[in-house]
Design a protein around this ligand. Sequence first.
Ligand code: EPU
Length: 424
Amino acid sequence: MNDKFLIKGLVCQKKLEGTITVGGAKNAVLKIMAGAILFKNTLTIQNMPFVEDVKRMGELLTKLGATVNFSKNEVTINTEKINTQSLDNKIATAMRSSVVLTGPLLARYGKVVFPTPGGCTIGLRPIDLFIKAYEKMGANIEYKDDAYIMTSQKLKGAEIFFDIQTVTGTETIMMAAVLAEGTTILKNCAMEPEIQSLATYLISCGADIQGAGTSTITIQGGGLLESKQPYITISDRIETGSFVILGALLAKKLRIEKCDPSLIESLISLLKESGVNMNIGKDYIEILESKNLKSFNVRTHEYPGIPTDLQPQLVTYLTQSEGEGTVFETIFEGRFKFIDNLKKLGADITVMNSREIIVKGPHLLKSNSELLESYDLRGGFSAVLSGLLAQGESTVHNVYYIDRGYESLETRLCAIGADIKRIQ
Ligand code: EPU
């Protein structure tokens, strides 16, 4: 649980070389795992990243009474024997995506009890939009002893406008609507590819959903779904983007395989303009040695804009590029903690406010056995990247956060020439 990474830096030299393979998207798998509750038969999920958050979601389902069997990068889930609708408090308070279970549970069993979900500390992350949607669908909601207790005879279709585009909100309410009575229209929906992937699969199993991937989704409620073929997880666009940035900074030649470049067009466009030399194929990206990288301004945005989940990696990139770049974090108000690591190593970063920073580069990062902190998953990747860039050795703490979303990161990075050891 308290593992550390010991990293020998590459002193900004382009030494990494080889092939790295992208896994299935964590943020797609977590949702379809919760979606298993909508099914009358066993659901099989393939190309699954075996990361900590996925294991925790498996535990949450098991504690509800579901049968969950993991084998390598596949999981089967049968929810016929679910015998409680109360989420395990300890796991749910440590994982934001636990809230996705509330939609399918409430819609199928008319009840769900759950705590305020926790997760990576990147901002407040309220669940008011979920609550408002459930109220519109006719649920009774009480908050007692630090838990929400929601009940409903049968959820009713409703017209719901999300004040803010919310990824898990869109997915959760879309799934609740699959078993609700009548038509639900969701407006100002998030448009992330994981939502479309989820909807496409649910449709293939009998759901009536139109418009997923656009800002308006219409769902016609019906009965339990039947799985006829496995869900094949789409590739992880955030892992892809993380490796692209790593390659741009530190690789002589890096081939990123089993990815979908069309899902990170915004990043590719930004990095090409900055001077990164790359070849793009249908399912691979090749990064060639790139010199004289130029800075840029970044404003995180809902899909298809620059993902907030790539912001820490891009800030790290800007410490190595020529000029000044302003980074504006529009999605989460607390996502700059990781810059303490970069500053410790000598980066020139000015904090304007909780959402805006200015990064000046390039600066040689130096580590005198510095301790770098993983404050959250993506900030953790940035810490690894910082350690790899630096001159000297550094230790990354709280590797658990990194393990939540990157499977065996150190093994994969060592295979392309990095020097990272896990200390237990
Ligand atoms: N929001 C509210 N009220 C709500 C729901 C959301 O105010 O009821 C706000 C949030 O506080 C935030 C904005 O809406 O300011 C967008 O948040 P969203 O709900 O879209 O985030 P999320 O669904 O909780 C998912 C990913 C995150 C990713 C964000 C944004 C999963 C499990 N998590 O979170 O992934 O950063 O969308 O794209 O899908 C990660 O993988 O490292 C990660 C944090």
